[in-house]
Design a protein around this ligand. Structure first.
Ligand code: SF4
Length: 490
């Protein structure tokens, strides 16, 4: 028997027919990354808030495991006089073995409005397809859809009054764009029903595995394919068209590519370091780093971004700093450490600014890795706390960005085309690798922060997370110290 399809299964099948097949016949092979649940939780919370912002209505209670009940519940509500229930949430429809749940379904005398809610700040092509599938099913099930809308986040909305999110949700009419896709839906559905009933499609991994969504079967699929070369040609940075040319010419392993095939000096440096195994370190780099005066302040921030603004004066997805680490190095090589983290769940911003200004003296360069991130946070904080604006802007003036310096003057083949600090550090100070830490990256730090402020987390768990966050951020700035110090003194 052909399994039922749903909106998300059809979208999976549009992305990759093998993905749909695996969802239906090999779901146990799926592996979601650790941040997936966090994103899901935030999206779910926004969906629930959107129901309030849409003015409330009747929720079809039966969940996705009880489809028949949801269909019956929806039919019962829609059978009532229009006056009784104008807005339905999670209305269920079925047509030609395709089942959908509609975020918002507004009944009006002249026709229904279908509303899809997304926790994004704009309409994306995949949203139009979501709505086209739902519209096709709802109309097939006998509804007359007058208008199709996408409800998304207004990124200009600033949270100004406790509990008041009016204005956070924007409704955008996408009826015309969705109607233009509708003629394609029957053929897509027919094709995917065939895929579902046939043996597993033979599809190889590629760019489609991450567009528009990361596929949870990537490990499973890669394990079935020959191992890629240790240094694939696609590690060359900013080289989209060139990489395609190299692959078309039969080059997959960068070590096999002749130097003459690369015109860009940086690409040639990468090629040479990859072929020889000898890192590239310009003759200027050591002098450049040695010329940085003392005291040196090595600085790093950790931030959190909420889908639904949590603190007054903030916007959705705004990067809000809750932690910093600062190593201070004097001319004699002595290191002091200053740090701050706030996991209370209340806004950390004011304390963050105070502690930062208190920790960083009035002169000496501030060394960061990728200045635009820290500098943008300082600009935003200066705007928010005008009384500290001068002092915060003065910090930006003192910043030295080590990323472009390293990008121009250093490459080790184990960096695999990346100059992120996590890629550079092990090639220079392998003893400082992050693998002894519980938190090993920025998104893990964000997940840890969200866990720390969650009401279900108890005090002793919170203290453990606090220590893990401190250890992680401290390692980030210690890493920068090591990348600046001369070789013999690291
Ligand atoms: S990893 Fe790629 S090839 Fe494999 S199922 Fe997912 S999208 Fe398809």
């Amino acid at each position: 028997m052909t399994p039922h399809l749903s909106k998300s299964r059809i979208q999976s099948g549009r992305q990759c027919e093998k993905r749909l097949w695996l969802e239906l016949h090999g779901a146990a092979a799926a592996r979601w990354d650790e941040s997936a649940q966090t994103r899901l939780d935030q999206g779910t919370a926004f969906g629930e808030l959107a129901r309030e912002l849409l003015g409330g209505g009747v929720l079809v209670e039966a969940d996705h495991r009880h489809v028949r009940e949801a269909l019956a519940e929806t039919a019962a509500i829609l059978a009532k006089p229009l006056r009784g229930a104008t807005m339905l949430f999670e209305a269920a429809f079925e047509y030609q073995n395709v089942r959908v749940r509609v975020d918002g379904f507004k009944r009006q005398a002249h026709g229904d409005t279908l509303i899809e809610v997304k926790s994004t700040t704009q309409v994306k092509p995949e949203h139009l397809w979501d709505c086209a599938i739902q519209t096709w099913v709802a109309e097939g099930a006998g509804r007359k859809i007058q208008s199709i809308q996408l409800g998304h986040i207004d990124n200009q909305f600033i949270y100004r009054r406790e509990g008041n999110y009016r204005g956070l949700l924007i409704l955008q009419d996408i009826s015309t764009e969705v109607r233009a896709l509708l003629p394609e839906i029957p053929a897509i559905v027919a094709r995917l029903k065939t895929v579902a009933a046939c043996p597993q499609p033979d599809i190889h991994t590629g760019p489609h595995c991450s567009q528009p969504y990361g596929c949870p079967f990537i490990d499973h699929c890669r394990a079935q394919e020959p191992a890629p070369p240790a240094y694939p040609v696609d590690l060359l940075p900013h080289a989209g068209a060139l990489i395609q040319q190299l692959i078309a010419a039969g080059y997959h392993d960068l070590r096999k590519v002749p130097a003459a095939a690369l015109g860009n000096a940086k690409h040639r440096r990468i090629l040479s370091a990859t072929k020889t195994g000898k890192p590239y370190r310009s003759i200027e780099l050591d002098a450049l780093l040695a010329s940085i005066p003392f005291p040196r302040y090595y600085l790093d921030f950790e931030t959190i971004a909420f889908v639904i603004p949590r603190w007054l004066g903030t916007r959705s997805f705004q990067q809000l700093p809750f932690q910093f680490s600062c190593h201070i190095e004097s001319a004699d090589g002595q290191l002091k450490h200053r740090e701050f983290v706030d996991i209370s769940g209340a806004s950390p911003l004011e304390d963050f600014v105070r502690q930062l200004l208190h920790s960083i003296g009035s002169k000496g360069p501030i060394l960061v890795w990728n200045q635009s991130f820290e500098a943008t946070r300082l600009h935003e904080l200066a705007e928010r706390f005008p009384e500290h604006s001068g002092a915060l802007h003065a910090l930006i003036e003192r910043m030295i960005d080590l990323l472009p310096i390293y990008r121009d003057h250093y490459y080790h083949r184990d960096m695999l085309g990346s100059w992120s600090i996590k890629a550079v550090l092990p090639t220079i100070a392998p003893d400082l690798a992050y693998d002894d830490l519980s938190i090993t990256g920025g998104s893990a730090a964000q997940d840890a922060y969200l866990q720390a402020i969650h009401p279900d987390t108890n005090e002793s768990e919170r203290q453990i997370i606090r220590q893990q966050l401190l250890a992680y951020c401290c390692r980030d700035t210690l890493a920068i110290v090591r990348l600046v110090r001369p070789a013999g003194t690291r």
